[in-house]
Design a binder for this molecule. Structure first.
Ligand SMILES: [Fe+2]
Ligand SMILES: [Fe+2]
Length: 165
């Protein structure tokens, strides 16, 4: 049975982000270990978590004018999850189980790539994550941002199945 274990390699040293990622791990494991009749309800909780999780990061990115590829990746992954949720509801458990098998690799890659780049950027520009406020720039100071796309080397989960939809 696939599972995700919280470990130090998933920490990006940004408390609110790390907390959200712990929650993802919990919601994910609840789906991975759910009995067939409980799968859809657990999957719905994972999707609800993912909506809030991506929204939080998207708001930070909007506040600091971060490159859009990270947000686009969120949108694609959520679209895949919603599409597969519909198929599971119609009885296609195979795709649901396959998504669950593929999510850990995607999650670890995303957390260590795009999310790590975002956390690093927010910290380096002094963004107040709690209040969602960016401190004003000092004279002559510049804000550069790398979105972390270059470190993404695994495709989104179920990209083949989603494009066949
Ligand atoms: Fe994240
Ligand atoms: Fe993210």
């Amino acid at each position: 049975m696939p599972s995700l274990t919280w470990n130090a390699s998933l920490e990006n040293n940004l408390a609110q982000m790390d907390e959200t990622h712990r929650e993802f791990v919990e919601c994910y494991n609840a789906v991975a270990t759910a009995a067939p009749e409980a799968f859809l309800a657990a999957f719905d909780r994972l999707i609800a978590h993912t909506v809030a999780h991506f929204d939080l990061e998207n708001r930070w990115m909007a506040a600091v004018d971060f490159p859009g590829c990270h947000r686009a990746e969120h949108d694609r992954v959520l679209a895949v999850m919603r599409d597969i949720r519909k198929r599971v509801e119609k009885g296609d458990m195979f795709l649901g189980r396959r998504l669950i098998e593929e999510l850990p690799a995607w999650f670890e890659n995303h957390v260590n790539g795009m999310d790590a780049a975002l956390a690093f950027h927010l910290q380096s520009i002094g963004f107040d994550v709690e209040r969602g406020i960016l401190e004003p720039l000092a004279e002559g100071e510049q804000r550069g941002a790398g979105c972390g796309c270059a470190s993404m080397n695994s495709p989104e989960p179920m990209s083949a199945a989603a494009s066949a939809a």
